[in-house]
Design a protein around this ligand. Structure first.
Ligand SMILES: Nc1ncnc2c1ncn2[C@@H]1O[C@H](COP(=O)(O)OP(=O)(O)O)[C@@H](O)[C@H]1O
Ligand SMILES: [Mg+2]
Length: 260
């Protein structure tokens, strides 16, 4: 259920996949009545309130909302970094909210790739080592797999460089390679272009879009930048911890055509 053949699909194929998945009744992610509170008593912050959402395999979904609307909280819940206060989080049909700590860690390591605003690379490791070591790859094929991941984000030529010898966009591509090297079905991106200039940001978004199109990853991308929403298959607006609106994008733009 978790792995699918890596194929290049057109958008109409994508729609077909989504329909097929819908027919089989198993979304990539299904949130039902999801709530998350921080703190207790009068100081309680309701970061998410009764959120329900379904995301289909291969979909590229942008979660849009102002600062403090609950975007990071939602991503951290789906990624198994945090536990919800109430509600269900089904990933490919399994409720991960109910997993114990150990199972949640195993889920996170095997099934989820994270990409953050700040690339979180280790400065004393090369690009290749950042992919292989931080993804905890072991065995004789670790280098080869890491190199392939770097190649799939177009940066294999920088495999032996240190983060300090790379541009921000290159570092973010290394971070994406690290996130996808184990081929997790879910790719969770929190403001991945937040510290990149426009051109570099578009390149990184193009890489993420291609990964979703190739059919291996469902992408949930969080941003406060509404321009980015135009390249999504679907946009979900968050406001004060609730979904205020949801819209399918009829003709998503290519990342290179985005302007902000
Ligand atoms: N660990 C935490 N402890 C207390 N409050 C938090 C914590 N994480 C987030 N919050 C609060 O939850 C709300 C949603 O935060 P967040 O999900 O980070 O929003 P966004 O990513 O949209 O900016 C905010 O009011 C924030 O201050
Ligand atoms: Mg955030």
């Amino acid at each position: 259920m978790w792995t699918r053949a890596r194929t290049n699909r057109s958008r109409s194929d994508l729609a077909a996949v989504a329909e097929e998945a819908a027919a089989s009744g198993c979304p990539a992610v299904r949130l039902a009545g999801l709530s998350k509170d921080y703190g207790t008593g009068p100081a309680t912050v309701h970061a998410l309130r009764d959120v329900s959402l379904e995301v289909w395999p291969g979909e590229f979904v942008v979660l849009l909302g102002p600062s403090g609307s609950g975007k990071t909280t939602l991503l951290n819940l789906v990624g198994g970094i945090e536990k919800p206060s109430a509600g269900r989080i089904e990933v490919a049909g399994t409720d991960i909210a109910g997993l114990d700590e150990k199972a949640r860690t195993a889920y996170r390591r095997a099934r989820v790739g994270f990409v953050f605003q700040f690339f979180n690379l280790v400065p004393t490791l090369t690009a290749l080592e950042n992919v292989a070591i931080l993804a905890e790859l072991t065995g004789p094929d670790a280098g080869e797999h890491s190199r392939a991941a770097l190649a799939s984000v177009g940066i294999v030529q920088a495999a032996d460089r240190f983060p300090g010898q790379m541009s921000g966009g290159q570092q973010q591509r290394v971070a994406i390679a690290r996130a996808i090297v184990k081929e997790p079905p879910l790719l969770l991106c929190d403001e991945p272009t937040g510290s990149l200039d426009l051109d570099t940001g578009r390149q990184v978004l193009g890489v993420l879009r291609a990964l979703a199109m190739e059919g291996h990853h469902t992408v949930l991308l969080v941003t406060h930048n509404s321009a980015i929403a135009r390249m999504a298959d679907r946009v979900v607006w968050l406001r004060s911890g609730t979904i205020s609106r949801e819209e399918r994008v009829a003709a998503p733009l290519k990342a290179e055509d985005l302007r902000w």
